[in-house]
Design a protein around this ligand. Sequence first.
Ligand code: HEC
Ligand code: HEC
Ligand code: HEC
Ligand code: HEC
Ligand code: HEC
Length: 380
Amino acid sequence: MKRGASLVCGVILCAGSASADYWALPIPPQGRAPDDHAEPTRDLSPAACGVCHHKQFREWSSSLHAGAARGGVLGQLPAFDRETRVACLNCHAPASEQQARFLAAEAGAVQSLSGVDCVACHVRGHRRHGATHKPITPHGPVEALPLFRDSAFCSPCHQFPDWGERVKGKLLENTEQEWRASPYARAGVGCQDCHMPDGSHEFKGIHDPGMTRKALGVAVRRRRQGIEIRVSNIGAGHALPTYATPRIRVVLRRGDPPGEELVHSIQRRLDWHPDLGWTEPADTRLLPGRELRLVLALEPGEDATAMLLVEPDALYHEQLYPNLLETIGEDLGPASLRLLREAQHRTGRTGFPLYRAHCPPWTGRETACAIEPGSGHRTR
Ligand code: HEC
Ligand code: HEC
Ligand code: HEC
Ligand code: HEC
Ligand code: HEC
């Protein structure tokens, strides 16, 4: 495999852990439905579960888990060998049936799969599993597994194993370890507590402005010497952001009309060089509880604005997809190329302004400047 594509690659089997058996990947074929399963429950597609589990289906449909196996992933797979394709699909579409459908089709013919779906998390050999035991349902007894309330449930896909790919000594995906080192783990607040409040299946993360606002504490002040912003990670149970793909820009800008700017990126910054592979020029992410403080000097008569801009897919848009098109583009047919170009385009449009604040000229005493949520306009 060419290295440009391997940013998020790793084959996960958390051998020896409680989840090893449940999370054997790919998920083995389900086989035949048991006879005691009522007819509508023999169909394992998310829409079929949704006939009875409306709420979970509606919420999941809006989540990134539902979009985990679409163009950006599937478009590049034909350039790789079978083993690599399966390794990628193990996190993006873990069920054997989905993988078989993709692997048997011509390159570019299957443009999306149901991704990280109900089967991926709940069904093994047609048997349903969940957090609580339900003795009688149209699909037989639901088996309770403590794993459903454990952060380890999410790790096969959100934590690379020790031997996974590292840049500057750090794993490319290290969410569970970051969480374990945080006060949240000690307080017993796990992934599900924050990402599945009241059982929600929307799995909101950094692509969602409301969720991202929960992560960030922001204070902006007009001081004698200028405008000061403090940004802290008050609500993410891991590094903010946990992955190398998003970027959060903090912008302090002098005056109206806009003058000089001070721009700081909160980001694990990776750069791709054809000879060196990935390098990490900077890691300015905020661990839980950590604060960033920036000051832009102003004359007493000057006013200023502060902005926080979130680009959840910066690395994909600016480096990963362009690199892929350059390095493997010629190995791909027109249908796959189109999928990758669409993904490059889409990932350039997921940004949003998070907060905006305006500070007046110096009035003789220090003031807190009013902060408004971003207007919802995309940054690009
Ligand atoms: C014909 C209706 C029907 C269909 C279709 C159906 N279920 Fe269920 N399911 C139920 C009922 C009824 C219960 C029991 C609910 C209760 O007791 O609170 C249940 C319980 C569950 C539970 C345990 C819920 C809990 O409260 O702990 C899970 C998990 C589950 N189903 C998953 C699925 C999945 C995944 C699918 C699709 C592959 C599916 N179900 C399809 C009717 C259905
Ligand atoms: C250990 C699990 C895991 C493996 C293995 C894995 N991925 Fe991913 N991948 C993820 C996760 C988690 C994300 C979401 C990261 C985020 O929040 O942006 C992701 C995101 C992506 C995206 C971004 C999708 C978009 O929005 O455009 C692409 C493309 C992708 N992966 C391709 C691949 C390819 C190709 C492989 C195999 C070489 C692979 N992945 C292997 C877990 C994995
Ligand atoms: C990424 C994994 C994941 C996916 C995908 C997923 N679930 Fe769940 N589901 C869970 C977890 C974890 C819980 C337990 C949450 C808890 O108790 O905190 C759960 C709980 C449930 C429950 C019990 C509801 C409750 O509030 O007690 C039902 C029913 C259910 N899921 C159905 C579905 C259906 C239907 C789908 C597909 C449309 C689906 N799930 C997709 C992980 C998942
Ligand atoms: C089978 C693999 C798998 C499992 C298990 C899994 N995820 Fe994911 N998750 C993914 C992939 C792949 C993506 C990215 C989809 C994409 O963008 O292409 C993702 C995306 C997400 C996102 C959206 C991130 C963003 O960038 O906004 C959140 C939040 C998330 N997962 C939380 C969880 C939690 C919490 C659990 C455990 C309850 C869990 N996931 C279990 C594979 C998985
Ligand atoms: C204390 C609450 C909290 C806990 C615990 C928590 N998260 Fe998050 N998570 C957030 C918030 C808030 C965001 C949005 C801001 C951000 O991206 O950090 C987020 C973002 C994410 C993202 C988006 C991608 C990115 O680069 O940030 C993923 C994936 C994710 N969390 C997975 C997990 C997993 C897996 C766990 C458990 C090991 C977990 N989270 C534990 C609150 C939490």
